[in-house]
Design a protein around this ligand. Structure first.
Ligand code: NI
Length: 421
């Protein structure tokens, strides 16, 4: 049988993705169909193409602009367990098509609750009004009674969709639950869910949201609740990652690692603006979840204040930093994991880089030890690497693994988005 005709479930899978937002990775077709069914106002002429064009971000601006697409389709999914389960199931199929063996998808179940009294900025209309419930006066016709929907049922719907997907397509997906900056009232409940569902598919906690107002030298006091939640998570053995150094400066990365005890950093590009913090991350073997297209479209690369006009991921690769390649929000960027790999390939990445970063992803995944070992074994098999054992943190000191004569460096400069595209 030809490999391409093999059922998706049995096709070889060789990638590890650690940073993708489940609610930012929804098929346009699904959004379009559900919005039509519910009588929600579609952008433009109401066509699928117009929906896609309205949600997609094509030019870099800032993170808030990047997140505005969510406003359009969130009303279609909030509080609807059947749709949420469907999204999770379809997500696994899409990941299987991207050759993903293992993925950690993240989301905030609280954001998907119906009838909320507060929303983060990016989910509010210009006038600051709530967007769930109705859009432009058109009322949703939910099949599920909103009263019955709580965060547990939302999480269960996701886990159910993922389990069905894993069974059908052979890609394993686990969940990271997000606390949201500025919405501290949910953070302790996020920790509760992480604990209660630790044996049912939830593997870690994240802090997401706009760090745009984070200034150089800011203190942890600005998010005391999340700090306490992260400290409690560490105590309970719950894995921790944190969005930092994307819109915010290198000091946010330092704070995430040294104060919040984050094991991985979501994005982290601006860490290279501060050599001390960067060296500390290398020494501590901190893993960076790099999302190439999103890094441009959120404006975080444009805002880099370094002399070198090179993408931080090139520096990470040269320095042997631990990082993975991720798609972040495919619905917004309109890119899939393969597009991210293609971009890096253009910048000089080789197959060796790609296999290394997938092993790094596996090693830094939040899977329990036995499952992590099995994942590394699986990668060894597909990459044909005979002799590879999981390095312990002490034997994996990137600072000492640099070779005296490094291979030719990929030397790519970046200017405007247009030049890069
Ligand atoms: Ni993200």
């Amino acid at each position: 049988m030809f490999v391409l005709q093999e059922p998706l479930k049995f096709r070889p899978k060789c990638r590890v993705e650690l940073h993708v937002h489940l609610d930012g990775a929804i098929r346009y077709e699904t959004i379009w169909e559900v919005m039509r069914q519910k009588g929600l106002k579609l952008p433009g002429s109401g066509s699928l193409a117009d929906l896609r064009a309205a949600v997609q971000v094509k030019e870099p601006q800032d993170l808030c602009h990047f997140l505005r697409g969510f406003q359009i389709f969130f009303p279609a999914i909030v509080g609807d367990l059947a749709v949420i389960e469907r999204i999770a199931y379809e997500f696994v199929e899409d990941q299987a098509r991207e050759s993903v063996a293992y993925c950690e998808a993240r989301f905030s179940p609280h954001l998907l609750l119906p009838n909320q009294d507060t929303q983060p900025n990016f989910l509010q209309n210009e006038g600051g009004t709530r967007i769930n419930g109705s859009v432009d006066g058109i009322t949703e016709s939910h099949s599920v009674s909103n009263d019955e929907v709580d965060v547990d049922s939302i999480l269960n719907a996701v886990l159910k969709g993922l389990a069905r997907g894993e069974e059908d397509f052979g890609t394993k997906v686990r969940i990271i639950l997000c606390c949201i900056r500025g919405l501290s009232k949910w953070s302790w409940d996020v920790l509760r869910l992480c604990e209660e569902y630790s044996n049912r598919g939830v593997v870690g906690i994240d802090l997401a949201g706009d760090e745009g107002h984070s200034k150089e030298g800011q203190s942890a006091v600005e998010s005391p609740v999340e700090l306490a939640v992260f400290e409690a998570a560490k105590e309970k053995g719950i894995h921790r990652t944190m969005h930092a150094g994307e819109a915010g400066p290198a000091s946010c990365v330092k704070l995430a690692v040294e104060v919040f005890g984050a094991e991985r950093i979501g994005h982290g590009y601006r860490v290279i603006e501060d050599e001390n913090t960067y060296q500390m991350c290398l020494k501590e073997n901190i893993h960076f979840e790099v999302c190439p297209h999103s890094s441009y479209l959120t404006g975080s690369i444009k805002s880099l204040t370094t002399n070198s006009k090179r993408h931080p991921v090139l520096r990470f690769a040269e320095d042997g930093a631990s990082f993975s390649i991720n798609s972040d929000d495919p619905t917004i960027t309109s890119t899939r994991l393969t597009d991210e790999y293609k971009l890096l390939y253009k910048w000089g990445f080789t197959e060796a880089h790609f296999s290394r970063l997938n092993f790094q992803g596996a090693i830094h995944s939040f899977l329990p030890p036995e499952e992590k070992k099995a994942l590394v074994e699986l990668l060894r098999e597909v990459y044909g690497i005979v002799d590879y054992t999981i390095p312990t943190p002490t034997s994996l000191s990137p600072a000492t693994t640099r070779t005296p004569s490094p291979p030719p460096k990929p030397s790519v400069t970046f200017g405007t988005w247009a030049e890069r595209a």
